[in-house]
Design a protein around this ligand. Structure first.
Ligand code: FAD
Ligand code: FO1
Length: 451
């Protein structure tokens, strides 16, 4: 089964040349259920060439700390081992892709370059700069979205309901099973079969180390699969009733695996569809996993200002500007937010959950971001603080879901205008009383302090 051509986007057209096919693994860091790896192998087999995988380690990527790099590198160590068994060498390069990949391609006489899809600004820039330094064909394969992001829509979608119609129409064509990666024939043994010294790398990597690694979630595609099976067996059934209650463990906890690509969303959706769990929960989960998540990629792909006020809808910019000088009842600095030292014990608990666990409950993320808008002097400062803290502490940070989630909370992206009020204008409002009516706040605060 060949990879659906609608997943493939030509980054650089050129005549294929003899030589190995190189898959630059970037966002989808797994060997199974990975359309970019499968396409690269199809091409290599068709041209009777070896297949090589390369990963570019970029220290200091968007302020990431040892918490995220540790999770990622431990996952890549497993990728290296699994690829070796498939006779597909894995190479780790350190530096910016546009600086280190061209040399790697020349050293290995590569004939074609394949990478996966990533709408985040930095990685998009890496791809663009790389096309200026290579002369071989360069393809991008969307291995992250079930329905390829560039195919499902050619513009920024206004809200979930506009994208949902397209998802419902196209899902049957794209939510299909995967072929397996084959053991690659030894057309010739590439002499570069580097063994990465992962422990040395983890020790010496020049990244910030004040945010410790987490221990409640183990990295890598095998652990991701085990976590998926555990969620399907134990928690999917009550997802529609429990997912929005921070004092219950109703979420899947799979976002770190989806963010680093250890788990394919398409695999997860297939297994949810096959599950015998309560249909309302399956529907609710697939809505989040497919419509909400793929809407976030659409937002980042078509809106380069996804993390700035100018990227929001005109009604939202107008209403936030109109209320820019409203008096703020409370005001906190980045340090006070970061240390969870506001007057609100619920907000502080959400902050502590994120700092300690590396994953804040989904419902609390909305409340958390909206209160930052309420307690800062401007929407610009609110955005800056929310993005900084989210990307520094969340294991699943630096992700389109985060940029879309923060833009929704502070800038009404993918939302509609609500009743006008101080500071928020017509941006949807949330408050402590609303949370109190919805769930047991004391239980949530107690659970966080115990974790
Ligand atoms: P589950 O409820 O089990 O959902 C399963 C999957 O569906 C998630 O992993 C995710 O891929 C997708 N999903 C669920 N809710 C959303 C949503 N609202 N938007 C997009 N996709 C969704 N998600 C991140 O991955 N990284 C972030 O940095 C991030 N920051 C956020 C910041 C704010 C202010 C808000 C409001 C939301 C943010 N989200 C982020 C989206 C959502 O909160 C998380 O994806 C979810 O809580 C992850 O936990 P889970 O996998 O256990 O979720
Ligand atoms: N992608 C890379 O290709 N190289 C990196 O060194 C790298 C570091 C990194 C650190 C934290 C993090 O959350 C993501 C990181 N990514 C890296 C990108 C990641 O794989 C995703 O592509 C993006 O965050 C978009 O979701």
């Amino acid at each position: 089964m060949a990879t659906d051509s609608r997943r493939i986007y030509i980054l650089k057209s050129a005549e294929p040349q003899p030589g190995p096919v190189v898959y630059w693994m970037q966002r989808d860091q797994r060997t199974t259920d990975n359309w970019a790896l499968l396409y690269a192998q199809e091409q290599a087999l068709a041209m009777k060439q070896p297949l090589m995988v390369v990963f570019c380690l970029v220290p200091g990527f968007l302020g990431a700390t040892i918490r995220q790099y540790g999770f990622m590198l431990r996952g890549l160590a497993l990728v290296e081992r699994k690829l070796a068994k498939l006779h597909i060498p894995f190479n780790l390069l350190i530096g910016l892709p546009q600086d280190v990949i061209p040399r790697f391609l020349v050293e290995n006489d590569a004939g074609m370059l394949v990478t996966d899809f990533n709408p985040v600004k930095g990685p998009m820039e890496w791809r663009r700069r790389l096309t200026e330094h290579i002369v071989i064909p360069f393809f991008e394969v969307d291995a992250h979205n079930i329905i390829p992001c560039r195919y499902i829509s050619d513009k920024q979608e206004y809200a979930a309901f506009t994208l949902r119609k397209k998802v419902e129409r196209l899902l049957p064509e794209f939510l299909t099973e995967f072929p397996s990666v084959l053991k690659h024939p030894d057309f010739f043994k590439p002499d570069v079969v580097q063994r990465v010294d992962w422990n040395e790398l983890l020790k010496s990597l020049p990244v910030k180390r004040e945010v410790p690694e987490v221990d409640w979630l183990l990295p890598g595609e095998l652990e991701a699969c085990a976590a998926m099976v555990q969620f399907l067996g134990e928690r999917l059934d009550k997802y529609d009733t429990d997912r929005n209650f921070p004092d219950r463990s109703g979420q899947s906890n799979l976002s770190p695996y989806l963010h680093f690509g250890h788990l394919s969303a398409q695999r997860l959706a297939l297994e949810v569809q096959r599950s015998s769990a309560n249909p309302a929960s399956k529907k609710a989960f697939l809505e989040e996993l497919i419509v909400r998540r793929e809407l976030a990629d659409n937002f980042c792909l078509y809106n380069p200002n996804y993390d700035r006020l100018i990227g929001f809808q005109p009604w939202a910019k107008a209403t936030l500007n109109k209320h820019r000088n409203d008096p703020r009842e409370y005001g906190y600095s980045l340090e006070e937010f970061e240390e969870g030292k506001t007057h609100d014990p619920l907000w502080n608990a959400a902050q502590h959950e994120m700092v300690k666990k590396g994953k804040m409950h989904g419902f609390m993320r909305m409340y958390w971001a909206k209160k930052i808008l309420e307690w800062t002097v401007s929407p610009e400062e609110a955005l800056e603080i929310a993005l900084y803290l989210n990307d520094k502490y969340q294991l699943d940070g630096r992700d389109p879901n985060g940029y879309a989630g923060i833009a929704w909370s502070i800038g009404g992206v993918h939302d509609r205008p609500w009743g006008e009020r101080k500071v928020f204008g017509m941006i949807r409002y949330m408050n402590y009383q609303g949370c109190k009516r919805k769930f047991n706040i004391d239980n949530y605060i107690r659970n966080v302090s115990k974790s």
